[in-house]
Design a protein around this ligand. Structure first.
Ligand code: AMP
Length: 399
């Protein structure tokens, strides 16, 4: 991959740089609960301001499937948070197209910032679901591209999607580059996987085997050990004819799980015991080797944690994606937190968290700086690790 980076752009002084960021932050009751994605894009914006360009920020927030859903999905609150975090002035435009936006851009001074309303507002027009943004409507991409001179993609979290605000703009503009964040993501994910220091241990947890099956196959070939955590392990437990009670599993993937275990033998390590609960609720659980009937496996148990610690001892490269339990619940976050602490203490190892809930756990524990890299994109990092082409990066001009 030899994509143009910010430093490869020609003189951007006075130019309008359309910048796709991923500010799709979690919001609870009107309050942003994690600002990591905003902070992660600051270096790119700072660079563009230092080069005296005019920065127009595009981001999506959540999914838009009706006019009503727009009420709680304005990115105005994100523009305010950006001001708070950076101290810059940010002009928020409550439109995704039209005269107000066009005039605001044409009146911009060098080194100033405009933030455009949620790009996914374009998915519903006059109450009709049209998915102009999410299905990369060609007119929309062209229109947005016409508002600027240069496109910078720094939204790693959506780079695996072909949307109007990334692929659409990039295909219709003279010059494009990736931002610092995507550059860093590529560097860590690509370099680490292509040339890992060994032992190389991969931990894969989270809900769905079917989402991660390709990545298991890809990584098990490169890694020394791949550890499968909850809830994915229950599909493997079914394949081993273990009792799983009412735990989350995918019976359709059982054959695949069998094949993987046969093919990769003891390279593939499956969670042993579970902390179980009678309901999917944040209650005190019980430890069992096999989940009893009527119960749900909610967290990895102590035998599993011991095994994971043993495998992680001396590891020189660790890639982790997906929590090892329902880490959103206080009673079932133990395994995920213990694993996070264990990885954080590894000496001289390259440690990468591939986004999503496991990254959220690490961030909330204040351990992010103990990891070599916390990826901002769950789905995107998984697809990247699978070796798939990410359209949002692929579309960017070569050096
Ligand atoms: P993923 O997006 O595939 O990484 O999955 C993350 C989700 O998996 C989180 O919301 C976790 O709560 C969920 N999860 C992890 N372990 C379990 C489990 N044992 N049962 C149900 N959900 C789980």
């Amino acid at each position: 991959m030899n994509k143009k980076t910010l430093q490869d752009l020609s003189n951007i002084e006075g130019k309008v740089v359309l910048t796709r960021v991923d500010f799709n932050v979690p919001i609870k009751e009107g309050v942003i609960t994690d600002t990591n994605r905003i902070s992660a894009a600051l270096p790119t914006i700072q660079y563009l301001l230092d080069k005296k360009s005019k920065v127009v920020l595009f981001t999506h927030l959540g999914r838009i499937d009706s006019e009503k859903s727009k009420d709680s999905k304005s990115v105005k609150i994100i523009a305010q948070k950006l001001v708070e975090l950076s101290g810059w002035k940010v002009k928020f435009i409550s439109e995704t197209r039209g005269k107000k936006l066009e005039e605001a851009i044409s009146n911009m001074k060098n080194s100033t910032i405009i933030m455009v309303e949620n790009t996914r507002f374009e998915d519903v027009v006059n109450g009709k679901i049209v998915k102009n943004e999410s299905k990369n409507n060609s007119k929309l991409g062209k229109y947005w591209a016409s508002l600027g001179d240069v496109f910078v993609n720094d939204a790693f979290g959506t780079a695996h999607r072909s949307h109007a605000s990334n692929v659409g703009i990039a295909s219709n503009i003279k010059e494009s580059s990736i931002g610092f964040l995507i550059e860093k993501e590529i560097k860590f994910l690509h370099n680490t996987i292509s040339n890992p220091k060994r032992p190389f241990v991969v931990l894969l947890g989270g809900a769905k085997v079917s989402d991660k099956i390709n990545v298991i196959e890809k990584l098990v070939k490169k890694a020394d050990k791949v550890i499968i955590g909850t809830a994915m392990c229950y599909t493997f437990h079914l394949a081993m004819k273990k009792n799983i009670g009412n735990s989350l599993a995918e019976p359709n993937s059982v054959n695949l799980a069998k094949k993987l275990m046969k093919k990769y033998g003891d390279k593939l390590i499956i969670t042993k015991d579970s902390n179980c609960s009678p309901t999917f609720a944040d209650v005190k659980g019980e430890i069992h080797d096999e989940v009893p009937n009527g119960m749900i496996g909610m967290d990895a148990g102590p035998k599993t944690i011991k095994l994971v610690k043993k495998e992680l001892k001396g590891a020189k490269t660790v890639v982790w994606n997906g929590p090892f339990g329902v880490s959103e619940f206080d009673n079932f976050k133990y395994a995920t937190q213990t694993i996070a602490k264990t990885i954080a203490k590894l000496k001289g190892a390259t440690t990468i968290i591939g986004g999503g809930d496991s990254a959220a756990a690490v961030i909330s524990m204040g351990l992010s700086d103990k990891f070599s890299h916390v990826s901002t994109g769950g789905g995107a990092s998984m697809e990247f690790l699978e070796g798939k082409v990410l359209p949002g990066i692929d579309v960017i001009q070569e050096k």
